[in-house]
Design a protein around this ligand. Structure first.
Ligand SMILES: [Zn+2]
Ligand SMILES: [Zn+2]
Length: 143
């Protein structure tokens, strides 16, 4: 997908700005119930990075972290409500970034659907990407 020096992004209102140094470690569409509810969306596209790759350039004071499960927490802009980051104690070095909050291209295209066991039936998944029942180490959901 070409060379991308860094991925800059932010929230809807612009209070929170961040950048991520490549490479993105993975990029998936997540259909889990928590993502769907938190974002008010049919599914959410995330990419993973090491925490050392991510810098908050502006708005750290308005970024709010809230636990969404016993192992995970999500960060959103308290000014506009945009969901931006996810962290889990299962992968303490990693931070997940909402793909749609990045302004431009990143170095990786979405490569799978995860947690399709929770997917809605009012959006078709017909892009041919692998589909996993839960996370990407779980069983494939087929066809
Ligand atoms: Zn905002
Ligand atoms: Zn999810």
């Amino acid at each position: 997908m070409g060379e991308v020096e860094k991925f800059s992004g932010g929230c809807l209102c612009g209070a929170v700005r961040f950048h991520v140094s490549p490479p993105a470690r993975w990029c998936f569409h997540c259909h889990c119930t928590l993502c769907r509810k938190a974002h008010g969306a049919a599914f959410v596209t995330w990419f993973g990075a090491d925490k050392t790759q991510v810098r908050i350039d502006q708005g750290e004071d308005v970024l709010r972290w809230r636990a969404s499960s016993d192992h995970g927490r999500r960060a959103f802009c308290s000014e506009c409500g945009t969901q931006i980051f996810f962290e889990t104690s299962k992968y303490p070095q990693q931070i997940d970034v909402v793909r749609a909050c990045v302004d431009g291209p990143i170095d990786r295209a979405p490569s799978a659907h995860v947690f399709v066991s929770a997917r809605v039936d009012w959006v078709a998944i017909d892009d041919g990407l692998p589909r996993y029942v839960e996370d990407s180490s779980s069983a494939r959901a087929d066809p």
